[in-house]
Design a binder for this molecule. Structure first.
Ligand code: AKB
Length: 318
């Protein structure tokens, strides 16, 4: 089995690359990103919107499965709506067409909780419910979900997808997301600086720790096709918390940490998203079970960030 990650330099792509390298062996993982990466083995600099370049790479490396991790996230998409729409949709369509031509065997494409909107039930949001996203990113993810299901039904293509909540990780910072505030908060706390949150103190959002997100991705890709009853995108849950709750959880270890709340346009996006997610289809179809709760996430984030980036900070976590 040979895998290719498109967008391997991003927040999830970086950690997925490590997991797939462990799973398939270094020689069987090809990575690619629009930004160069001189130290990564088997790496190609490729613009994912360039269909010919993507096709050349797939053919040359004889790839079996592809993880399409390149996208413009919710907050940035609001600033560049047409560009975000074109990029998010074109890179997906290019791959769907190459898949249809028989160039590879399996595709992972991430969706998001952004497919939900203001009329979606907010608590334990079900798999099948109102989806009326009002962000450019959410509209592109919902359209993508419809298309991946269409290509499965019409052409039998084995495409698998998760509606990621906000992913919390420490190695590579995300860029341009609404849920990014949660990661930024840890950096400010460890730098001893006050954090100004663009999300309200009491706005709950579904989140997941990176290890859980990677585990879910690999589990879904490994699940027997006959077990999968959702061919658009699976709801996926980890934990849910508000900025106020996260700040409190951080204060258990850094009591002097201060947060001020100054919501901006991203608060509107957050308000339209669910508070919590019902992921029972994932549990039933491929035995999904998250591991990291809020306190475990806080401990992992603080200890890893401290030892890799903030060695001067004197942190004691038992
Ligand atoms: C974002 O905030 O845009 C992403 C997402 C929830 O898809 N993290």
């Amino acid at each position: 089995m040979k895998a290719l990650i498109i967008g391997s330099g991003g927040q999830i792509g970086t950690e997925l690359a490590k997991a797939l390298r462990d799973k398939y062996g270094q020689e069987n993982l090809i990575t690619s990103d629009i930004n160069e990466n001189p130290i990564e083995p088997n790496f190609y600099t490729v613009d994912a919107t360039d269909k010919k370049a993507v096709e050349k790479l797939i053919v040359q490396e004889q790839v079996d499965e592809i993880y399409l991790m390149a996208a413009i996230l919710s907050a940035k998409a609001e600033q560049f709506p047409m560009r975000a729409w074109q990029i998010n949709m074109n890179i997906l369509f290019n791959l769907l067409e190459l898949f249809k031509e028989g160039l590879f065997k399996k595709l992972f494409w991430p969706s998001s909780i952004a497919v939900f909107g203001p009329h979606t039930p907010k608590i334990q949001t079900p798999q099948y419910t109102v989806t009326d996203p009002n962000s450019v990113y959410g509209i592109s993810k919902l359209a993508g979900e419809r298309w991946v299901e269409y290509y499965f039904l019409k052409h039998g293509l084995d495409i698998r997808s998760l509606r990621y909540p906000g992913v919390i990780s420490w190695k590579v910072q995300p860029g341009g997301g609404t849920t990014d505030y949660a990661i930024e908060m840890f950096h400010y706390a460890l730098r001893g600086e006050k954090f100004v949150s663009y999300i309200n103190r009491d706005e709950p959002l579904p989140m997941i720790y990176i290890d859980d997100a990677i585990k879910a991705t690999l589990q879904l890709m490994d699940a027997p096709s006959k077990n999968l009853t959702v061919r658009s995108s699976y709801n996926l849950a980890g934990v849910s918390f508000t900025p106020g709750e996260l700040a409190e959880a951080i204060r258990k270890y850094i009591p002097e940490f201060e947060v001020e709340y100054r919501p901006d346009f991203r608060q509107k996006i957050a308000r339209s998203w669910p508070d919590s997610i019902d992921d029972s289809y994932a549990r039933k179809d491929w035995n999904w079970q998250h591991e990291f709760d809020l306190d475990a996430i806080v401990k992992e984030m603080l200890t890893n960030l401290q030892s890799h980036f903030y060695q001067d900070y004197d942190l004691s976590i038992k």
